[in-house]
Design a protein around this ligand. Sequence first.
Ligand SMILES: Nc1ncnc2c1ncn2[C@@H]1O[C@H](COP(=O)(O)OP(=O)(O)OP(=O)(O)O)[C@@H](O)[C@H]1O
Length: 251
Amino acid sequence: MTIPSLTPTLLYLNNVTVSFDGFRALNALSLAIDQAEMRAIIGPNGAGKTTMMDVITGKTRPTDGEALFEGHHDLTRLDEASIATLGIGRKFQTPTVFEMHTVEDNILLALKADRRPFRALFSRRTAQEKERMDALLERIRLKDHRRRKASELSHGQKQWLEIGMLLAQEPKLLLVDEPAAGMTDQETADTADLLREIAQTRSVVVVEHDMVFVRDLDVKVTCLHEGSVLAEGTLDQVSSDERVIEVYLGR
Ligand SMILES: Nc1ncnc2c1ncn2[C@@H]1O[C@H](COP(=O)(O)OP(=O)(O)OP(=O)(O)O)[C@@H](O)[C@H]1O
């Protein structure tokens, strides 16, 4: 199936099933994410959130269904490297920055133009590249920390740096796994602001358990349960859904 190119849909999971020895981690999951939409994914442990991210990034092959990106790339047929090249970036829960390098060098290492470390670190930069770097550092709230080693940053700052490294690669879709975990209240609020800014031009899918943070994001919420969509809508709609209260939020 091919979605016409005029559609605002960037990612369309169509009836995706993932079976592990007969157990369905995803069960005919269907979900659409628009261009420049941020979506929060919630749901109890084992609901299939990670498996869904694994399917989108090519880490796990579904047993059935398709995952269409930009209407015509079926991600279920591509490997992880090809999917990253299409413009899908993933941020795992634990930051994986280069601790011994400065903030700025971490970004340089991630820049799309040339990923070879020595070229990236030591080549002279054009004015345009400098401007891009400044804008990126400003966006991830690390402009004043550009010369510090990543190892000296707080946990929250490291998370932002990694988001910056992904942004340097200009993704069309950013997948973010529990970004607020372990952050201070201020960092959590700043992260919600940062993700909202990013979602002005790119699509963002955030898996999150922290409902305060999800409220801050102020976006459409999808609650997964047993590998399928249980409820979808505003946080207020989803969190007042009896089934969501039953399986996830509690009474
Ligand atoms: N490789 C695997 N082999 C067998 N079962 C698996 C495998 N990966 C995941 N599962 C099972 O699939 C279900 C969904 O797991 P998944 O990690 O996607 O859930 P989740 O919503 O991300 O949970 P959490 O909030 O705890 O991270 C779970 O029951 C898990 O045990």
